[in-house]
Design a protein around this ligand. Structure first.
Ligand code: ZN
Length: 88
């Protein structure tokens, strides 16, 4: 059973959303893309749930590493998270 949003008229698919989630939460995407993603999540419970889980996870990581996380380390952590999400 595939989990796509084919029933909805969405520009971005769930997989693209999940791979852009970090940039979305970072606010580093173009405004129209930010809008598309938030609109998608409004219509797609799967992605809304994914975002909630993602926020909780990154929040935990941020707390765990809040002592002395350099930009480089943060970037490495982000890269690892991205990879983990892509292969999920
Ligand atoms: Zn979705």
């Amino acid at each position: 059973m595939s989990k796509t949003c084919s029933g909805l008229s969405l520009t971005l698919r769930c997989r693209e959303i999940s791979s852009s989630m970090l940039d979305y939460l970072d606010g580093s995407l173009p405004p129209e893309e930010m809008l598309m993603i938030s609109e998608h999540m409004r219509l797609c419970p799967d992605c809304a749930c994914f975002k909630a889980t993602y926020v909780a996870t990154t929040d935990l990581c941020a707390k765990a590493f809040s002592r002395a996380l350099t930009d480089t380390q943060r970037e490495q952590l982000c890269t690892k998270l991205r990879e983990a999400l892509r292969t999920a």
